[in-house]
Design a protein around this ligand. Structure first.
Ligand code: PGA
Length: 251
């Protein structure tokens, strides 16, 4: 039985004061949902704060990206996996569409980041998703196959158990427009089957999150789908009440 994961991707939001209030509220109000793993994913500078506030709670934390560089040295602006481990991160998002699009990250780079994460005992949350144009052209499943195959071909089979996938249709991110339950289930099932073709056990244990305008009003129907194992939540994860309602829907 897979334990659902609800992760809040804060993106470039927050301040010391706001984070403290939000985290304290989550600690207090999410404790009763033991069947769900809750994670917060703040910007890099706030990882120390997350670690300090959350270390004795059941909520875990992670980072929004990791460098392709694994060493130390002259890489201005980069943050390596070892540094994320220093701050107690359990997860790291790789291949978010905002990074694929704005920073031109390729499937191969995303796959390498996923491998770097696993090699360093971090669990990568690998984001995949199609644009609206790709969906309208009927290319959704081929785009997703290309994205996921890059990762599956880069990781060793035994590393697959450390991976979390997140299906985030780009047209649903931050738009208020989430995918329909049929669209979500079709994609999640296809992703699981793809992993199943390599390793049955990993596929059964694989957490496949849905992301893209998840909110209290649509969380229950999304979280009830057989191949949806949680959510990657952007906007709604910044409002304690909304995030808690999504956690409750997953419980
Ligand atoms: P959203 O973002 O919930 O604000 O649509 C999700 C994401 O980008 O991870």
């Amino acid at each position: 039985m897979r334990k659902k994961l609800v992760a809040g991707n804060w993106k470039m939001n927050g301040s010391l004061t706001e984070n403290e209030a939000l985290i304290n509220s989550l600690i207090h109000r999410s404790a009763r949902f033991q069947s769900v793993q809750v994670a917060v994913i703040p910007p890099y500078p706030y990882l120390a704060q997350a670690q300090q506030l959350l270390h004795s709670s059941t909520i875990v934390w992670g980072a929004q990206d990791v460098s392709l560089e694994t060493g130390y040295g002259a890489f201005t602006g980069e943050v390596n996996a070892g540094m994320l481990k220093d701050f107690g991160c359990e997860y790291v998002i790789v291949g978010h569409s905002e990074r694929r699009q704005r920073h031109h990250e390729t499937d191969q780079q995303v796959a390498r980041k996923a491998k770097i994460a696993v090699d360093n005992h971090l669990k990568p949350i690998v984001c995949v998703g199609e644009t609206l144009a790709e969906r309208e052209k009927g290319e959704t499943l081929s785009v997703l196959s290309r994205q996921i195959d890059a990762v599956l071909n880069t990781l060793a089979i035994e590393q697959l158990q450390q991976v979390v996938l997140a299906y985030e249709p780009i047209w649903a991110i931050g738009t208020g427009k989430s995918a329909t339950v049929q669209q979500v289930q079709e994609v999640h099932q296809t992703l699981r089957q793809r992993v199943e073709s390599l390793d049955w056990v990993s596929a059964q244990e694989l957490n496949i999150l849905y992301g893209g305008s998840v909110k209290p009003s649509n969380a229950l129907e999304l979280m009830s789908l057989p191949d949806v194992d949680g959510a990657l939540v952007g906007g709604a994860s910044l409002v304690a009440e909304d995030f808690i309602a999504i956690i409750e829907a997953a419980a």
